[in-house]
Design a protein around this ligand. Sequence first.
Ligand code: FES
Ligand SMILES: [Fe+2]
Length: 359
Amino acid sequence: MHDSASEWLAPQPIERAWTLPARCYVDPEFAALERAAVFGASWQLVAHAAQVRGAGDHAVGEAGGVPILVVRGADRVLRALHNVCRHRAGPLAVCDGRGARALVCRYHGWTYALDGALRGAPDMDGAALETDAIRLPAARVAEWQGLVFVAAGAAPPFEDLVAGIDAHIGAHRFADYAFDRRVVYEVACNWKVYVDNFLEGYHLRRVHPGLARALDARRYRTDVAAWHVLQSSPLDAAQGPYGAAGADDEALYWWLWPNTMLNALPGRLQTNRVIPLDAQRCRVEFDYYYAQGTDPRTASKDREFADQVQAEDGAICEAVQRGLASGSYDSGPLNPTQEAGVFRFHELLRAAYRARLGG
Ligand code: FES
Ligand SMILES: [Fe+2]
């Protein structure tokens, strides 16, 4: 047990690793701490590259609490501008769009070039305005494998976040996949319960008997990197909802610190973001992409099965949240092999907490 005030905050050896204390999943104080220490200092997935291919194409998003507008400039450079007007904080865009010539604030019409420089402020003649000095602040942006990420605050270099992943992606061409649809779930659990659950295959057989049959569970593996975790499993050719799998076909499940998940099957990518709503609730956003020419029936069967897996995960996560909030439990030991991904996540969380709490 970890009863001394800060012992649980120290780095742990994996053989003796315990989960984070229950209060980290229940207490609004930790939710507030994570807003700055985790979400305010990490890379957030905001768009697919196909949304911002041409000059003026733009997508709205958020990183670390800052509204963001990802926009491709006339110079073809992709930028992540704060979607917050310098006049009185109005929004430049309220939805995704294509081919804008300029960014016009929805409130009083101040107009910015696609690179964020102020171009005009209607009827401001009486004000001493240094138009040249005014521009929308920019955040770091990275385009990778067809996905657009934006950095909030002191996020690590993007290359570190995804180091080594390209080598595993193999024949997948995520950048060429087409968006199919978004599905959003609200789950009555802390966002970390959802990530913990994603990060281990230990629960497969109990919670997802259907999915367990589709995978070759004996060859399920977890590879832990500095800022991401890959779980992978060959598909079982004989059975399951994924049809006749080839000998090399695999299910690949990446988690990227702190809240992005990518699920890849042959010809399919699901991106998944989990967003805290409050200490004990989160929203999960799934975006489905398929290779061009995918049979709509294959896609619809795939979505049906994914809905089922998601319902199974949602139900167990909500039950775990009730357990964590019950006062009956504080912390428990992790399985060093099958929960190595959870361990990595908790180590990164402990490091983020230590930076704020000391210890
Ligand atoms: S807030 Fe943007 S023009 Fe007034
Ligand atoms: Fe699951």
